[in-house]
Design a binder for this molecule. Structure first.
Ligand code: PLP
Length: 357
C-alpha cells in the first residue's frame, strides 16, 4: 500500500507503514485550524433545512459579491469554488496542454490537476531556506505559460515578501508567463501579507484562497479565486452550476467578516508556533521559518526520517510524511501547530526520541 498523498489521512498512513492505528492518536498531519469551527458557521435548524431542500444560487453570486466588496476588487474579478482545490482544476483546464512551471516543494494538486489536463509540467525545486533565485527563475520562465507559486507555502510554511513577489511577477511578465499565487494559508499570518491590492495588475496574476482551513470548514468546502474578468468568465464556463452547495454559500456569508475568530486563532497559533519551535531547536531539531499553522522538522545529517515517522505514530502522534513532496523526499516531516496540550504531547514524544537517538 502506498503512502497517502495528502495529510489528514491518519489511518491510511498508519496502515501503509504496517503499524497499528490507535484511536486516541493526535493528527498532526492535518493543517486546518486546531481551534475547530468558528461559531459564526452555526446555522439555525430552519436555515439548515432550507439549504438542504433548495437549489442554491448557481454561481454563489451573493457570496461572490460580498467577497469582492470585502477584498476591494470588482465583482467580475472573483469566483467562488467548492474549495480552492476545485479552482486549481479549473485553472489547469484553462491552461490545458500548455507549459506549466511549479515552484516546489509545494501542494501536490497543482501537478495532479495539470497532469490531468495534459499540460507539460516542469518544476523549479527549492532547497533550504526555500528562497527563490530570480536568476534561476529568469533562466527558466521563457517557455512557460503559467507559474504556480504558493505563499505562505505548503509544506514549508515560509512566505515571500511583497517585494520578492513583485520581482517574481515582473520577471514572469517579461517572459509572458501568468503567475498563480496560492494564498490558501493567508489568514494564518500575523502580518496578513498578500499580493492583493499592492499595485499589481490582476491581468498579470491569479490569486487563490481557501476558507476551509482558518474557519475549520474542510467538510463544507469553500475557496475563491481572483483574476482579471476575462479569466474569471472563462473559468465560469467550466464550472458546473451549483458547484458550491447551499450550506457552503450560507456559511460563507456568515463567516466572511468573522475577524475576531481569525485574530484570536492567529495570535494563539503564532504564540504556540514560537514556543514549540524554540523547544524543538533546543533539543536539536531544525524547524522551518514558518509563518502559519504548520512547519517542517528535520534532523541535521539525516536523509530519511522514516524511523522518526514510525516512532511518532507508535507514540500517538501522526505526522505528515514528505515522500510525496518533490525536493523533500522523506528528509523532513511536516507537523501542525495544534492546541497547547497537544503540542506538549508532541514535545514529550520528541524528547523521548532524542533520549533514544
Ligand atoms: C496550498 C493549498 N492550496 C489549496 C488547498 C485546497 O484547499 P481547499 O480545502 O479549499 O480545497 C490546500 C489544501 O490543503 C493547500 O494546502
Amino acid at each position: 500500500m502506498s503512502l497517502p498523498n495528502h495529510g489528514a489521512n491518519p489511518k491510511h498512513l498508519t496502515k501503509a507503514l504496517g503499524l497499528t492505528y490507535e484511536e486516541d492518536s493526535i493528527d498532526f498531519s492535518v493543517n486546518t485550524n486546531p481551534l475547530g469551527v468558528t461559531q459564526a458557521a452555526s446555522l439555525q435548524i430552519d436555515q439548515l433545512q432550507s439549504a438542504i431542500q433548495h437549489y442554491p444560487e448557481p454561481y454563489a453570486e451573493t457570496l461572490s459579491r460580498a467577497l469582492s466588496e470585502k477584498l476591494n476588487v470588482n465583482d467580475n474579478e472573483v469566483i467562488v469554488g467548492n474549495g480552492a482545490a476545485e479552482l486549481i482544476f479549473h485553472l489547469a483546464h484553462l491552461y490545458q496542454g500548455k507549459r506549466v512551471l511549479i515552484v516546489e516543494p509545494t501542494f501536490s494538486e497543482y501537478r495532479d490537476a495539470c497532469h490531468a489536463n495534459h499540460c507539460y509540467i516542469d518544476s523549479l525545486v527549492l532547497h533550504e531556506p526555500w528562497k527563490l533565485s530570480i536568476t534561476d527563475l529568469e533562466g527558466r520562465l521563457e517557455s512557460f505559460d503559467l507559474l504556480f507559486i504558493c505563499s505562505p507555502n505548503n509544506p514549508t510554511g515560509t512566505s515571500y515578501s511583497i517585494n520578492e513577489m513583485k520581482v517574481i511577477i515582473e520577471c514572469a511578465k517579461r517572459n509572458g508567463t501568468k503567475v498563480v499565487i496560492d494564498e490558501a494559508f493567508y489568514d494564518f499570518q500575523l502580518s496578513k501579507q498578500s499580493i492583493l491590492n499592492q499595485g499589481v495588475d490582476l491581468n498579470d496574476i491569479i490569486i487563490l484562497r481557501s476558507m476551509t482551513k482558518m474557519y475549520g470548514i474542510a467538510g463544507v468546502r469553500l475557496g475563491y479565486l481572483m483574476a482579471d474578468k476575462v479569466t474569471i468568465s472563462k473559468i465560469k464556463q467550466f464550472q458546473p452550476p451549483w458547484s458550491v452547495n447551499g450550506l457552503a454559500q450560507k456559511i460563507g456569508l456568515q463567516i466572511l467578516n468573522d475577524e475576531p475568530f481569525v485574530e484570536m486563532s492567529t495570535k494563539y497559533l503564532a504564540k504556540e508556533r514560537r514556543r514549540v519551535k524554540k523547544e524543538l531547536e533546543q533539543i536539536g531539531f531544525c524547524i522551518s521559518d514558518s509563518v502559519v499553522n504548520f512547519y517542517l522538522l528535520s534532523e541535521p545529517a539525516k536523509q530519511d526520517l522514516q524511523p522518526l515517522l514510525e516512532f511518532l505514530i507508535q507514540h500517538g502522534v501522526i505526522p505528515r510524511h514528505t515522500y510525496s513532496f518533490n525536493g523533500l523526499d522523506g528528509a523532513y516531516i511536516r507537523l501542525a501547530v495544534k492546541k497547547e496540550e497537544e503540542n506538549n504531547q508532541l514535545l514529550d514524544v520528541l524528547r523521548m526520541w532524542r533520549e533514544k537517538c
